[in-house]
Write a protein of this length. Sequence first.
Length: 403
Amino acid sequence: MASRINTGFTLIPNQKYRRSNRRSSSYFSNTLGSDSQPLSTLGNFKALPLEIFQIILRYLSVKDISMLSMVSKTVSQHIINYISTSSGSKRLLLQDFHNLELPSKRQDSAILEHYRSLGLLFKRCTLLLPTRERLKYIHKILAEVSCFKFNGCAAPIQCLGLPCYGMFLQTLTAGWDELECHRVYNFLCELTNLSRKMQTVVCSKPGSARKLELRIRLFCRNVLLDHWTHRSDSAFWLTRILKPWPMVNQARLLYIIFGPISPQDVVPREWLLENNARLLILSGNNICFTFMASKAVNGRAIELAKLIVFLALVCEKELYCMDWAVKMMQKVCKVFSTAMERNNFLQNVANAFACVIMEMLQSVMAGDRDEDDRSFLNLFHLVHAQANFHKEVLYLTMNTLST
Ligand SMILES: [Zn+2]
């Protein structure tokens, strides 16, 4: 993670040196200006009563407070104490996560931005603590925000709590090395009992613990995975999540975390016929014929006819041999058992050409033009496809007649 230092955040010059020099025992004492703190490091603030200092903080933006916290250890501690006061936490721990009256992006990003700044403030205030102490302290402060908890929100899908928590953690941990990030993951796991919960879902039948599956998905996505700008960071956290599990459970977890969440998402939308035709062509002659023959056997002549049209269109667009499409049609014809069925099918092919051309023409005339005139180009190709297809049919019949 060290390679991904966001230059907007504090750089930590030399952690080992810093760590060996820390004195964390009295760092969070609740008595302000206590004897253990050298008051001189307050500078001119020394003259101010604590109440005034906190009133001043109220007028500063979160970003400014985080800058101020770097002035000295004493100032930083005063700020920490301010965060713990009821007015401080009320101001800093915004909990407006469900404001759906104005579901504008701007509002969403305002609260996310706030938690980004807050992450920076906590990062700076707790700079001198070892990772675990840091996390414990931060957790203690954040514990009052119920929407940050794994099961804390009653309407988790509409809630911005976890994304804000994720944003906060991302800012806090930006620039930390992998070992420290691993500690963060372990800390979160302990806190939320995540492994146990994952165990429950991977060991039960799919969907039998739907709510838990959803919570796991939201927690992993919103808190751990979704905020990173660099894929390698997402990959790092995803690896933390997956590593402890055997492959079969990893697959299941991946599905829970990234898969579709509603049955509507599961059923793929109908493919465009052109794409079907493309896939069939790429699947090779045998699969293509088997697929079409089964339609013929089941008497689905109209569907089949339309497919022939799109096979011809793909051949035309991709400069494949049109001869192939005609031969395929010929082979499929033989699957129909009676002459009447065969003729009906051939009639359907001719109709399908006319029908699809008219549809495309209508779309061109309706002016549904996209930037690159795709509907017009499609029509252009289709008219040529029909001509080429027709030519091959003529060759076939005329040559048969002349031999
Ligand atoms: Zn919530």
